[in-house]
Design a protein around this ligand. Sequence first.
Ligand code: UT7
Length: 329
Amino acid sequence: MSYTIIGTGSALPARSVTNDELSTFLDTSDEWISSRTGIRERRVCTTESLDELGESASRRALESAGIAPEDLDLIVCSSTTADHLMPAEACAVAERLGASCPAFDVSAACSGFVFALDVADGYLSRGRAKTALVLSAEKCSRIMNWEDRTTCVLFGDAAAAVVVRAGGESPLWCRLRTIPNVAAIDVPGVAGNSPFDQSVDSAPGSYMTMRGRSVYRFAVTEVTRELRQMSEQTGVPLDQVDHFVLHQANERIVDAVVERLGVDPSRVVLNLAHTGNVSSACIPLALDGMARKGELKPGELVALVGFGAGLDVASTLVRWEAEPKATPS
Ligand code: UT7
Protein backbone atom coordinates (compact mmCIF):
# COMPACT_ATOMS: atom_id res chain seq x y z
CA MET A 1 0.00 0.00 0.00
CA SER A 2 2.23 2.78 -1.10
CA TYR A 3 1.02 5.49 -3.46
CA THR A 4 -1.71 7.84 -4.59
CA ILE A 5 -2.09 9.18 -8.13
CA ILE A 6 -2.33 12.94 -7.62
CA GLY A 7 -2.25 14.28 -11.18
CA THR A 8 -2.55 13.33 -14.84
CA GLY A 9 -1.61 14.93 -18.16
CA SER A 10 -1.33 14.09 -21.83
CA ALA A 11 -0.28 15.51 -25.18
CA LEU A 12 -1.05 14.51 -28.76
CA PRO A 13 0.53 15.64 -32.02
CA ALA A 14 -1.54 18.11 -34.05
CA ARG A 15 -1.77 16.06 -37.26
CA SER A 16 -4.66 13.63 -37.60
CA VAL A 17 -4.48 10.89 -40.24
CA THR A 18 -7.84 9.33 -41.08
CA ASN A 19 -8.42 5.82 -42.38
CA ASP A 20 -9.50 7.36 -45.69
CA GLU A 21 -6.18 9.18 -45.96
CA LEU A 22 -4.31 5.90 -45.39
CA SER A 23 -6.32 4.30 -48.17
CA THR A 24 -4.86 6.84 -50.63
CA PHE A 25 -1.45 5.13 -50.42
CA LEU A 26 -2.19 1.66 -48.95
CA ASP A 27 -4.42 -1.20 -50.10
CA THR A 28 -6.84 -0.67 -47.20
CA SER A 29 -10.15 1.01 -46.42
CA ASP A 30 -11.99 2.82 -43.65
CA GLU A 31 -14.44 -0.09 -43.63
CA TRP A 32 -11.69 -2.70 -42.97
CA ILE A 33 -9.84 -0.69 -40.32
CA SER A 34 -12.86 0.54 -38.40
CA SER A 35 -14.74 -2.78 -38.44
CA ARG A 36 -11.67 -4.87 -37.51
CA THR A 37 -10.22 -2.52 -34.90
CA GLY A 38 -12.52 0.38 -33.99
CA ILE A 39 -9.84 2.87 -35.09
CA ARG A 40 -10.99 5.80 -37.26
CA GLU A 41 -8.01 8.14 -37.09
CA ARG A 42 -4.68 8.47 -35.32
CA ARG A 43 -2.40 11.39 -34.44
CA VAL A 44 1.04 11.36 -36.02
CA CYS A 45 4.05 13.57 -35.30
CA THR A 46 5.06 15.90 -38.10
CA THR A 47 7.12 18.67 -36.54
CA GLU A 48 6.81 17.54 -32.91
CA SER A 49 9.64 15.63 -31.26
CA LEU A 50 8.82 13.00 -28.67
CA ASP A 51 10.81 15.08 -26.19
CA GLU A 52 8.33 17.93 -26.77
CA LEU A 53 5.28 15.70 -26.41
CA GLY A 54 6.74 14.14 -23.26
CA GLU A 55 7.44 17.58 -21.79
CA SER A 56 3.89 18.82 -22.53
CA ALA A 57 2.23 15.75 -21.01
CA SER A 58 4.50 15.99 -17.95
CA ARG A 59 3.85 19.71 -17.42
CA ARG A 60 0.10 19.09 -17.56
CA ALA A 61 0.39 16.25 -15.06
CA LEU A 62 2.52 18.39 -12.71
CA GLU A 63 0.09 21.29 -13.05
CA SER A 64 -2.90 19.09 -12.23
CA ALA A 65 -1.02 17.69 -9.22
CA GLY A 66 -0.11 21.21 -8.12
CA ILE A 67 3.59 20.51 -7.86
CA ALA A 68 6.73 21.99 -9.42
CA PRO A 69 9.36 19.99 -11.37
CA GLU A 70 11.87 20.57 -8.57
CA ASP A 71 9.53 18.70 -6.19
CA LEU A 72 10.05 15.48 -8.17
CA ASP A 73 12.28 12.80 -6.65
CA LEU A 74 12.07 10.44 -9.62
CA ILE A 75 11.08 10.34 -13.29
CA VAL A 76 10.38 6.95 -14.87
CA CYS A 77 9.46 6.94 -18.53
CA SER A 78 8.14 4.00 -20.45
CA SER A 79 9.06 4.15 -24.12
CA THR A 80 10.25 1.88 -26.90
CA THR A 81 10.23 4.64 -29.51
CA ALA A 82 12.35 7.33 -27.84
CA ASP A 83 14.03 10.21 -29.66
CA HIS A 84 17.43 9.00 -28.45
CA LEU A 85 18.91 5.53 -28.05
CA MET A 86 20.63 7.28 -25.17
CA PRO A 87 20.21 9.14 -22.95
CA ALA A 88 16.85 7.92 -21.73
CA GLU A 89 13.68 9.73 -22.85
CA ALA A 90 13.19 10.50 -19.14
CA CYS A 91 16.49 12.46 -19.13
CA ALA A 92 15.43 14.54 -22.14
CA VAL A 93 12.13 15.37 -20.45
CA ALA A 94 13.89 16.10 -17.13
CA GLU A 95 16.17 18.59 -18.89
CA ARG A 96 13.21 20.35 -20.48
CA LEU A 97 11.34 20.46 -17.17
CA GLY A 98 14.38 21.69 -15.26
CA ALA A 99 14.18 18.69 -12.90
CA SER A 100 17.35 17.17 -11.48
CA CYS A 101 16.06 13.95 -9.90
CA PRO A 102 17.04 10.46 -11.12
CA ALA A 103 15.46 9.85 -14.52
CA PHE A 104 15.48 6.63 -16.51
CA ASP A 105 13.41 4.59 -18.94
CA VAL A 106 11.59 1.28 -18.71
CA SER A 107 11.27 -0.72 -21.91
CA ALA A 108 8.23 -2.98 -21.77
CA ALA A 109 6.43 -1.96 -24.97
CA CYS A 110 2.64 -1.61 -24.69
CA SER A 111 2.61 -2.89 -21.09
CA GLY A 112 5.23 -0.28 -20.19
CA PHE A 113 3.04 2.08 -18.18
CA VAL A 114 2.07 -0.60 -15.65
CA PHE A 115 5.72 -1.75 -15.45
CA ALA A 116 6.90 1.85 -14.91
CA LEU A 117 4.22 2.46 -12.28
CA ASP A 118 5.41 -0.66 -10.45
CA VAL A 119 9.03 0.53 -10.60
CA ALA A 120 7.99 3.91 -9.15
CA ASP A 121 5.98 2.08 -6.47
CA GLY A 122 9.18 0.27 -5.45
CA TYR A 123 10.99 3.59 -4.89
CA LEU A 124 8.04 5.07 -2.98
CA SER A 125 7.56 1.93 -0.85
CA ARG A 126 11.22 1.83 0.14
CA GLY A 127 11.22 5.51 1.07
CA ARG A 128 13.66 6.36 -1.72
CA ALA A 129 11.24 8.88 -3.24
CA LYS A 130 8.15 10.79 -2.14
CA THR A 131 6.91 12.13 -5.46
CA ALA A 132 7.44 10.54 -8.87
CA LEU A 133 6.47 11.30 -12.43
CA VAL A 134 5.52 8.21 -14.43
CA LEU A 135 5.47 9.09 -18.12
CA SER A 136 4.69 7.03 -21.21
CA ALA A 137 5.90 8.61 -24.43
CA GLU A 138 5.55 6.85 -27.76
CA LYS A 139 6.26 7.88 -31.33
CA CYS A 140 5.04 4.66 -32.92
CA SER A 141 5.04 6.31 -36.38
CA ARG A 142 8.85 6.08 -36.19
CA ILE A 143 8.89 2.27 -36.14
CA MET A 144 6.11 1.61 -38.63
CA ASN A 145 6.74 0.34 -42.11
CA TRP A 146 4.34 2.69 -43.88
CA GLU A 147 4.08 0.20 -46.75
CA ASP A 148 2.79 -2.54 -44.43
CA ARG A 149 -1.00 -2.28 -44.07
CA THR A 150 -1.06 -4.99 -41.39
CA THR A 151 0.71 -2.77 -38.84
CA CYS A 152 0.89 0.93 -39.74
CA VAL A 153 -2.89 1.44 -39.72
CA LEU A 154 -3.06 0.41 -36.06
CA PHE A 155 -0.71 2.79 -34.27
CA GLY A 156 -0.41 6.46 -33.36
CA ASP A 157 1.77 8.84 -31.35
CA ALA A 158 1.07 10.27 -27.87
CA ALA A 159 2.54 11.00 -24.46
CA ALA A 160 0.73 10.79 -21.14
CA ALA A 161 1.82 10.94 -17.53
CA VAL A 162 0.72 10.61 -13.93
CA VAL A 163 2.22 12.05 -10.77
CA VAL A 164 2.31 9.63 -7.84
CA ARG A 165 2.91 10.48 -4.21
CA ALA A 166 3.97 8.12 -1.42
CA GLY A 167 1.16 7.03 0.87
CA GLY A 168 -2.27 5.76 0.01
CA GLU A 169 -4.14 2.61 -0.76
CA SER A 170 -2.74 1.83 -4.20
CA PRO A 171 -1.92 -0.61 -5.51
CA LEU A 172 -4.39 -3.17 -4.20
CA TRP A 173 -2.87 -5.53 -6.74
CA CYS A 174 -0.01 -5.50 -9.21
CA ARG A 175 1.37 -8.32 -11.30
CA LEU A 176 3.80 -8.29 -14.21
CA ARG A 177 4.27 -11.33 -16.43
CA THR A 178 6.37 -12.18 -19.48
CA ILE A 179 5.59 -15.14 -21.70
CA PRO A 180 8.62 -14.83 -23.97
CA ASN A 181 7.89 -14.66 -27.71
CA VAL A 182 10.13 -12.16 -29.47
CA ALA A 183 8.88 -12.89 -32.98
CA ALA A 184 5.25 -12.06 -32.11
CA ILE A 185 5.98 -8.32 -32.16
CA ASP A 186 9.51 -7.35 -33.13
CA VAL A 187 11.41 -4.20 -34.01
CA PRO A 188 15.04 -5.16 -34.77
CA GLY A 189 17.84 -2.92 -33.53
CA VAL A 190 19.35 -0.53 -36.05
CA ALA A 191 22.53 -1.76 -37.71
CA GLY A 192 25.72 0.12 -36.93
CA ASN A 193 28.78 0.02 -39.13
CA SER A 194 30.94 -2.35 -37.13
CA PRO A 195 33.16 -4.27 -39.56
CA PHE A 196 33.12 -7.13 -37.00
CA ASP A 197 29.36 -7.60 -36.59
CA GLN A 198 28.17 -10.69 -38.50
CA SER A 199 24.93 -11.08 -36.54
CA VAL A 200 21.50 -10.93 -38.08
CA ASP A 201 19.82 -9.23 -35.14
CA SER A 202 20.21 -5.71 -36.49
CA ALA A 203 18.78 -4.21 -39.64
CA PRO A 204 19.28 -1.09 -41.77
CA GLY A 205 15.66 -0.10 -41.37
CA SER A 206 14.01 -0.80 -38.06
CA TYR A 207 10.34 -1.47 -38.52
CA MET A 208 7.74 -3.40 -36.57
CA THR A 209 6.56 -6.82 -37.66
CA MET A 210 3.64 -8.41 -35.84
CA ARG A 211 1.89 -11.78 -35.89
CA GLY A 212 -1.48 -10.14 -35.42
CA ARG A 213 -3.71 -13.17 -34.95
CA SER A 214 -1.53 -14.86 -32.34
CA VAL A 215 -1.13 -11.59 -30.43
CA TYR A 216 -4.90 -11.18 -30.54
CA ARG A 217 -5.42 -14.65 -29.00
CA PHE A 218 -2.72 -13.98 -26.39
CA ALA A 219 -4.34 -10.67 -25.45
CA VAL A 220 -7.86 -12.01 -25.00
CA THR A 221 -6.71 -15.05 -23.01
CA GLU A 222 -4.20 -13.30 -20.78
CA VAL A 223 -6.16 -10.12 -20.05
CA THR A 224 -9.15 -12.24 -19.07
CA ARG A 225 -6.89 -14.39 -16.85
CA GLU A 226 -5.31 -11.31 -15.22
CA LEU A 227 -8.65 -9.77 -14.30
CA ARG A 228 -10.01 -13.07 -12.94
CA GLN A 229 -6.91 -13.60 -10.80
CA MET A 230 -6.90 -9.97 -9.67
CA SER A 231 -10.44 -10.46 -8.43
CA GLU A 232 -9.77 -13.85 -6.80
CA GLN A 233 -6.60 -12.78 -5.04
CA THR A 234 -7.78 -9.37 -3.82
CA GLY A 235 -11.28 -10.56 -2.95
CA VAL A 236 -12.69 -7.62 -4.94
CA PRO A 237 -15.52 -8.88 -7.18
CA LEU A 238 -15.25 -7.55 -10.72
CA ASP A 239 -18.64 -5.86 -10.35
CA GLN A 240 -17.09 -3.67 -7.65
CA VAL A 241 -14.42 -2.38 -10.02
CA ASP A 242 -15.66 1.02 -11.21
CA HIS A 243 -13.49 1.37 -14.33
CA PHE A 244 -11.55 -1.05 -16.51
CA VAL A 245 -8.77 0.62 -18.48
CA LEU A 246 -7.32 -2.01 -20.81
CA HIS A 247 -4.60 -1.48 -23.40
CA GLN A 248 -6.28 0.01 -26.47
CA ALA A 249 -4.98 -2.18 -29.31
CA ASN A 250 -8.26 -3.30 -30.79
CA GLU A 251 -11.88 -2.70 -29.79
CA ARG A 252 -12.60 -6.38 -30.55
CA ILE A 253 -10.04 -7.49 -27.94
CA VAL A 254 -11.71 -5.29 -25.31
CA ASP A 255 -15.16 -6.55 -26.33
CA ALA A 256 -14.07 -10.20 -26.15
CA VAL A 257 -12.66 -9.73 -22.63
CA VAL A 258 -15.84 -7.93 -21.52
CA GLU A 259 -17.97 -10.76 -22.89
CA ARG A 260 -15.89 -13.50 -21.25
CA LEU A 261 -15.93 -11.79 -17.87
CA GLY A 262 -19.51 -10.60 -18.08
CA VAL A 263 -18.58 -7.12 -16.83
CA ASP A 264 -20.74 -4.08 -17.50
CA PRO A 265 -19.46 -2.56 -20.80
CA SER A 266 -20.29 0.95 -19.54
CA ARG A 267 -17.44 0.57 -17.01
CA VAL A 268 -14.92 -0.36 -19.72
CA VAL A 269 -12.96 2.42 -21.39
CA LEU A 270 -12.73 2.58 -25.18
CA ASN A 271 -10.83 5.57 -26.51
CA LEU A 272 -8.89 4.26 -29.48
CA ALA A 273 -11.20 5.55 -32.24
CA HIS A 274 -9.40 8.90 -32.53
CA THR A 275 -5.88 8.01 -31.43
CA GLY A 276 -5.28 4.38 -32.44
CA ASN A 277 -2.92 2.20 -30.42
CA VAL A 278 -0.40 4.53 -28.77
CA SER A 279 1.47 1.66 -27.10
CA SER A 280 2.34 2.30 -23.46
CA ALA A 281 0.68 5.73 -23.56
CA CYS A 282 -2.80 4.17 -24.00
CA ILE A 283 -3.54 3.66 -20.31
CA PRO A 284 -2.36 7.04 -18.93
CA LEU A 285 -3.98 8.80 -21.92
CA ALA A 286 -7.29 7.17 -21.01
CA LEU A 287 -6.83 8.06 -17.32
CA ASP A 288 -6.12 11.68 -18.17
CA GLY A 289 -9.17 11.88 -20.43
CA MET A 290 -11.40 10.42 -17.72
CA ALA A 291 -9.92 12.61 -14.97
CA ARG A 292 -10.42 15.77 -17.01
CA LYS A 293 -14.01 14.85 -17.81
CA GLY A 294 -14.65 14.36 -14.09
CA GLU A 295 -15.33 10.65 -14.63
CA LEU A 296 -12.98 9.44 -11.88
CA LYS A 297 -14.30 9.98 -8.36
CA PRO A 298 -12.43 9.63 -5.07
CA GLY A 299 -12.75 6.11 -3.68
CA GLU A 300 -13.37 4.45 -7.04
CA LEU A 301 -11.47 1.32 -8.03
CA VAL A 302 -9.71 1.34 -11.39
CA ALA A 303 -8.23 -1.79 -12.99
CA LEU A 304 -5.41 -1.20 -15.47
CA VAL A 305 -4.20 -3.97 -17.79
CA GLY A 306 -1.45 -3.59 -20.39
CA PHE A 307 -0.25 -6.21 -22.88
CA GLY A 308 2.04 -6.36 -25.85
CA ALA A 309 5.53 -7.11 -27.13
CA GLY A 310 7.50 -9.47 -24.95
CA LEU A 311 4.99 -10.93 -24.83
CA ASP A 312 4.14 -9.09 -21.63
CA VAL A 313 0.96 -8.66 -19.68
CA ALA A 314 0.73 -6.40 -16.63
CA SER A 315 -2.20 -5.61 -14.39
CA THR A 316 -2.81 -3.40 -11.40
CA LEU A 317 -5.77 -2.27 -9.31
CA VAL A 318 -5.67 1.26 -7.94
CA ARG A 319 -7.93 3.29 -5.69
CA TRP A 320 -8.61 6.71 -7.24
CA GLU A 321 -8.08 9.35 -4.59
CA ALA A 322 -7.55 12.60 -6.49
CA GLU A 323 -10.47 15.03 -6.50
CA PRO A 324 -12.35 15.14 -9.83
CA LYS A 325 -11.38 18.05 -12.03
CA ALA A 326 -13.17 18.96 -15.20
CA THR A 327 -10.38 20.80 -17.03
CA PRO A 328 -9.36 20.58 -20.68
CA SER A 329 -6.09 18.77 -21.41
O1 UT7 B 1 -0.33 -3.21 -28.96
C1 UT7 B 1 0.38 -4.35 -29.33
C2 UT7 B 1 -0.48 -5.52 -29.31
N1 UT7 B 1 -1.08 -5.71 -30.61
C3 UT7 B 1 -2.28 -6.22 -30.72
O2 UT7 B 1 -2.95 -6.48 -29.74
C4 UT7 B 1 -2.80 -6.57 -32.09
C5 UT7 B 1 -3.60 -7.85 -31.99
N2 UT7 B 1 -4.13 -8.25 -33.29
C6 UT7 B 1 -5.16 -7.60 -33.87
O3 UT7 B 1 -5.69 -6.63 -33.34
C7 UT7 B 1 -5.69 -8.14 -35.17
O4 UT7 B 1 -5.17 -9.45 -35.37
C8 UT7 B 1 -5.33 -7.25 -36.38
C9 UT7 B 1 -6.11 -5.94 -36.34
C10 UT7 B 1 -3.84 -6.96 -36.42
C11 UT7 B 1 -5.71 -7.97 -37.69
O5 UT7 B 1 -7.11 -8.29 -37.67
P1 UT7 B 1 -7.59 -9.76 -38.06
O6 UT7 B 1 -9.06 -9.75 -38.02
O7 UT7 B 1 -6.86 -10.71 -37.14
O8 UT7 B 1 -7.11 -9.88 -39.54
P2 UT7 B 1 -6.09 -10.94 -40.18
O9 UT7 B 1 -4.69 -10.64 -39.74
O10 UT7 B 1 -6.63 -12.30 -39.94
O11 UT7 B 1 -6.22 -10.59 -41.72
C12 UT7 B 1 -7.44 -10.81 -42.44
C13 UT7 B 1 -7.25 -10.30 -43.84
C14 UT7 B 1 -5.97 -10.77 -44.51
O12 UT7 B 1 -6.24 -11.02 -45.86
P3 UT7 B 1 -6.47 -12.53 -46.38
O13 UT7 B 1 -5.20 -13.25 -46.04
O14 UT7 B 1 -7.65 -13.04 -45.62
O15 UT7 B 1 -6.71 -12.35 -47.83
C15 UT7 B 1 -5.06 -9.57 -44.41
O16 UT7 B 1 -4.10 -9.51 -45.44
O17 UT7 B 1 -7.18 -8.87 -43.83
C16 UT7 B 1 -6.04 -8.45 -44.57
N3 UT7 B 1 -5.57 -7.18 -44.01
C17 UT7 B 1 -6.04 -6.00 -44.40
N4 UT7 B 1 -6.94 -5.65 -45.33
C18 UT7 B 1 -7.20 -4.34 -45.49
C19 UT7 B 1 -4.67 -7.00 -43.00
N5 UT7 B 1 -4.53 -5.69 -42.76
C20 UT7 B 1 -5.37 -5.04 -43.60
C21 UT7 B 1 -5.67 -3.69 -43.83
N6 UT7 B 1 -6.59 -3.38 -44.77
N7 UT7 B 1 -5.09 -2.69 -43.10
